[in-house]
Each structure stands twice: as C-alpha cells, then as structure tokens.
Design a protein around this ligand. Structure first.
Ligand SMILES: NC(=O)c1ccc[n+]([C@@H]2O[C@H](COP(=O)([O-])OP(=O)(O)OC[C@H]3O[C@@H](n4cnc5c(N)ncnc54)[C@H](O)[C@@H]3O)[C@@H](O)[C@H]2O)c1
Length: 322
C-alpha cells in the first residue's frame, strides 16, 4: 500500500475545518467516500472535495460494506461515538477520532481493547501534541533530561454558556492539556485536585479545575483551568535540567537556558504560516496517522494512550465538589 484510502463518517464543523483539508492535501491519502446523516452537509462537503454521488452515504454500515477503505475518520461528538468506532474496528479499518475518546474511561478502554485485538492503527486528535511550537520546545527540554515540573493552563470565557454537549468540560476540552501533562511526564502516580464551580452552576459540569499530579520519575504536573475566565488563554511551562520552556500555544515559545540568552521561537518561523490548521497541529496529526499506517507504526496518540488520559481525567474528577 502506498496510498491510504480514507472514508469519513461526519461532515460537521471540525471535520470541514481541519480534517478534510488535511487529508486532501496529503499525497499519501485519498478521500474516497463520505457519510453523514445530514444530507445537506453530506452533499456540500462531497461537492467541495469532489466525492462522486455513488460514494456518498447516510448509513455508515453501507459505506463500510461497499467501499474498499483502509482508514475511517469518525468525526462526531463523543455521545454516539463508541458503537460506530467499534463497527469500523470490526471491519478491520484503521480509525481516527477527535477527542475525547468516548464519554467515559469504560468507553475509551472498550475501543482501545478492540483496536488492539484487530491490530489496526488508531489516533485521537490531541492536536496540541503535534503543534510545531510545542514539539520544538519539548525537544529542547528533553535534550538535557526529562522534566521535573510542568504546568498546564487552559482558560476560556464561557460565562453564561454552559459546557459543550452538556458533558463535563474537563472530559470534552480541558482533556487536551491533561493529555499534554501525561505526554511530558509519563504515568501519573498520585493525584490531588479541587474541582468546583464559581459565579454560576452548570448542569453536569463544574467550571473551575485545579490539580496537582505526581508522576513517575520524580516529576510533578500542575493543571489550572477556569471556564469563567476573561478570554481564551492556553499556556504551558516545562522545567527541566538547566532549561525551561514557556509556551503560549500555538503561537510562540520562550526557551530559557541557564547562562544563555532567552530564545524566542514563533509558529511562523517554524512553519512559515499562522494558519491554525498547521500551527495547532491538526495537519501534522493526520500526516502522522497516515504515515503510521503506511509504515506499520503505532501513532503516538493511539486509543490505548488516549484511554490512559481519560483515566487521569476521571481521577481528577473524583475530587469534584457536590
Ligand atoms: N481538537 C479540537 O481542537 C476540537 C475542536 C472542536 C471540536 N472537537 C471535537 O470534534 C468532534 C466533532 O465536533 P463537531 O463540532 O465537528 O461536531 P458536528 O456536530 O459539527 O459534526 C458531527 C457530524 O456528525 C454527523 N453524524 C452524527 N451521527 C452520525 C452517524 N451515526 N452517521 C453519520 N453521521 C453522523 C452529524 O450529522 C454532524 O454533521 C467533537 O468530539 C469535539 O469534541 C475538537
């Protein structure tokens, strides 16, 4: 195989904003078929990317049965995800999904275990891990040793809005930066957290999150996330051996080395664009997934890895105040 034949389930906003454009841009991938329950979205997306009428579906099982596909992007909200993903895996397809990997840790492990049984490649869209500025800063710190301390901050101005999908915002969104702490520091050993609401109460979710996590290898991760904040703001610190990185994702990172001038690196310097599809890692996550299929390697944000992030999210949520 030198080209991966891709089918999509979902022609919604995220898929159209980043995943279709990335697959179409990759010469190692070919967009073959699309499925969406909503015929208007199905047809407008198919027209945009030149998918013929006979390769458009409203029933994903028909698409799986009729089309010769290697990989499926299932880009839809977490609530209905598990049965569809399990069907794709049972058809032996490689599968890419958005975060979160289902609604619960139980969902996540059901999908991860099925993927392992089927020996297929899987990937969850934890795009921050693939953001060029983050990858650059992480590599600089890891040149010296593993970090001792990492800080992840992810705030949003959601006052009066409530959580996405009526679900815990920690699971659907803040999970991105919980995942980064795992990426930087490894397996969590001990968790202490405070999860609460202030200013207003949402159904099924708190809006304030603080956690202190002890990881293997004498490392600590700190999480801070307020969802009644003044603006969207995302920032990471990584402290290593004689080196620290201060990352304002995805725009820039400052690298501080003991005894040296501060190095400032921007997304534009690294990838010659400020297009967020590139700078926030969305293009790179698809490139990585497709290349892993072709090279028979495990994607870094595979289902098993993502299930571990969901486990950590659930450990943090155990501290939620009533
Ligand atoms: N990584 C990120 O930065 C980021 C940002 C935003 C959203 N997301 C994630 O992206 C995912 C999708 O969000 P969205 O806003 O694009 O959703 P959306 O509602 O816009 O799109 C989902 C589409 O799936 C279709 N669909 C639902 N069930 C289907 C079925 N059984 N068969 C075929 N089609 C079906 C719907 O008709 C819809 O068109 C969510 O999990 C969300 O958490 C990720």
């Amino acid at each position: 195989m030198n080209v991966v034949r891709v089918g999509f389930i979902g022609a919604g906003s995220m898929a159209n904003a980043v995943h279709y454009p990335s697959i179409v841009e990759l010469k190692e991938a070919q967009l073959v078929a699309i499925c969406d329950l909503d015929e208007e979205r199905l047809n407008s997306t198919a027209e945009k990317y030149g998918v013929p009428k006979e390769q458009r579906y409203t029933d994903y099982r028909q698409m799986l049965e009729r089309e010769d596909l290697d990989a499926i992007y299932v880009i839809m909200p977490p609530m209905g995800l598990k049965p569809i993903v399990l069907d794709c895996l049972r058809f032996g397809k490689h599968v890419f999904i958005e975060k979160p990997i289902g609604c619960t840790s139980e969902d996540a492990w059901a999908m991860a275990e099925e993927a392992e049984r089927r020996k297929v490649k899987t990937c969850v869209g934890f795009n921050r891990r693939y953001a060029p500025v983050y990858q650059y800063a992480k590599a600089k710190v890891f040149e010296f040793d593993i970090p001792s301390l990492a800080f992840a901050e992810f705030h949003k101005d959601m006052l009066g809005q409530g959580p996405y999908y009526g679900m815990s915002i920690l699971r659907t969104d803040i999970i991105h930066v919980v995942d980064l702490l795992r990426d930087l520091l490894g397996d969590p050993i001990e968790v202490y957290a405070h999860v609460w609401s202030k200013y207003e109460r949402w159904e099924n979710s708190h809006n304030q999150f603080a956690a202190l996590i002890r990881f293997e290898g004498k490392a600590v991760g700190i999480l801070a996330a307020s969802r009644t904040s003044g603006s969207r703001y995302e920032r990471f610190e990584i402290h290593g051996k004689g080196i620290s990185a201060y990352i304002r994702a995805p725009e820039q990172a400052e690298i501080h080395r003991q005894g040296a001038d501060i190095e400032i690196v921007t997304d534009e310097q690294l990838v010659k664009t400020t297009d967020r599809r590139i700078t926030y890692g969305y293009f790179e996550e698809s490139r990585h997934f497709i290349n892993c299929i072709l090279q028979d390697e495990l994607p870094i944000t595979n289902f098993t890895d993502a299930a571990k992030t969901m486990d950590l999210v659930e450990r943090i949520e155990k501290f939620a105040l009533p």
